[in-house]
Design a protein around this ligand. Sequence first.
Ligand code: ZN
Length: 152
Amino acid sequence: MSDDWIMIVPRLPEHIPSSDKAEAALGLLETSMPDADEFEVIQKEHVQFFDCGANLETIDCPQCSANIGFDWWGETMSSDYDEERGFRLDAYPVPCCSKPVALNELVYQFHQAFGCFALSVMNPNIGKLSDDALKEIEVALGCEVSVVYRHL
Ligand SMILES: [Zn+2]
């Protein structure tokens, strides 16, 4: 058995929508995904990593598009993370072109996100969120979001 999640994360990692807005957006998800197993509002004091699990195929540099090795990424993830403060999202010189890039600026295929807040739906059974549905959620939350499709 395997499971899938859709996680909706604000583009600004520090941003936490008000509980009214979170409730409204959650209501939209519950209506549009009636077959889902579980809905959850995740809220943390510090920036966390929302990973795509087995969907991760490649990581690319946003500056020069070169492929970034998993070794460099793993080491940088460890040095950027502090158990008490979460991810700092500092900029590090990437191995390809030495430009300063933060972990949340790398191009992940599938997408992965960093944030203090997420709406998470387990086994949503809808495939991909439509652009229209995403727009509605952004309006309800009052912020731009990105979507992580996690597979385990
Ligand atoms: Zn580069």
